[in-house]
Ligand binder design. Sequence first.
Ligand code: GTP
Length: 413
Amino acid sequence: MGILKKIFGFGKKKEKIPEEIEKEKVIYEEKKAEEVKKVIEEVAKDEFVGGKKEVKKKPEELEEPKNEVSEESVEEKAEKLKLEEEKVEVENESIDLKQSEEKEIVVPKKKGFFTSLKEKLSKSREGFFGKVKGFFLGRSVIDDEMYEDLEEMLIQSDIGMDMTLKIVGALEKEVRSRGIKDPKEVYGVLKDVMENFLIEEENELKTEKPGLNVILVVGVNGVGKTTTIGKIASKLTKEGKKVIVGAGDTFRAAAIEQLEEWTIRAGAEIIKHQQGTDPGAVVFDTLKAAENRNADVAIIDTAGRLHNKNNLMKELEKINRIIEKHVGDSSYESILVIDGTTGQNGLNQAKVFNEVTKLTGFIVTKLDGTAKGGIVFAISEELKKPIKFIGVGEGIEDLRPFKPKEYIDAIFE
Ligand SMILES: Nc1nc2c(ncn2[C@@H]2O[C@H](COP(=O)(O)OP(=O)(O)OP(=O)(O)O)[C@@H](O)[C@H]2O)c(=O)[nH]1
């Protein structure tokens, strides 16, 4: 039964007189929180019967009420219901086991981070990485041919030649030192070896320092900078931080507009100038405004033109100086956004940006859209800087912290 039907008793044919509706409204207001919670628990139970999750209907998709209450009232209540539902979900997440036993609350099995990352990265898993297990299962001996075939597979997955040779070299060494003779066992060793090439340290964005923390976001056009800034801003505002975004890409008017839309969605503030103005001035004003308004984090967008390395260098150097003057380098992250679908091209961009600005890490976007994803390994190893987040979709929530083990587990098998 739908949520609205359960709460409001929709579906009854009898028409109600206004007094009855008023009376029901009062009862509804009094019992709202309790009822909503109960219903959501019931619905949650229904949803996970047999371990299979059914798609929950949105209030607006539910059946129209038949003269039971006015349309306006239904909408209001649906909105309240949505809010209550979100609140209860958050509460459910934080209920500890002891508490839930005492209150006999059935906490629904929510899809964990791991499961949903796995879903988001299904293309990579169904592509190269998913085939690796079969590759080893089909072998009877560990020999040079096996390693050569593996090299070919790795190169095709965007890992690149250098990184492939490093991986296969480390794998051979590890297989020898573990005394492994069965090719099937090499699969697990390969996962370990590849995980070791991913950088675990410093892979969280620094946003906790007292005072203003600054995140400078660089990257060529179209890689997903604007979207990623929106996602980061949303994540930080949800953590209770005050966030100000600086529209430092003054090259295109549309870029400023898009950034503004994302900023509004994220519940953050924006500092913007007219198209064509000096990005340095935007950065300066953003930092000033952030300080005056006691913001916790300033996120700064930049233009991604790469056709002239000298210009890019000058512009980024200037921005860098302005930021360091305000906050020093300890509260300052300089993040390169890379499109995970562009393969080795992404690696080349990373090398150029790494030369012109002091990068502290990367965000690799669009990993939901690639059957390869090997760029993640190439970047980590070649540039020796951590991946802080990965983009796994176009939605505001589709930004995941990068944890090497979780990533490996999500793309293999
Ligand atoms: N599938 C997928 N699409 C993404 C992701 N991140 C961004 N996109 C899409 O990539 C396209 C470009 O994103 P933008 O955020 O506008 O990229 P940009 O780097 O700011 O581009 P410019 O404004 O031209 O500099 C948009 O259609 C986004 O929805 C992601 O993680 N997954």
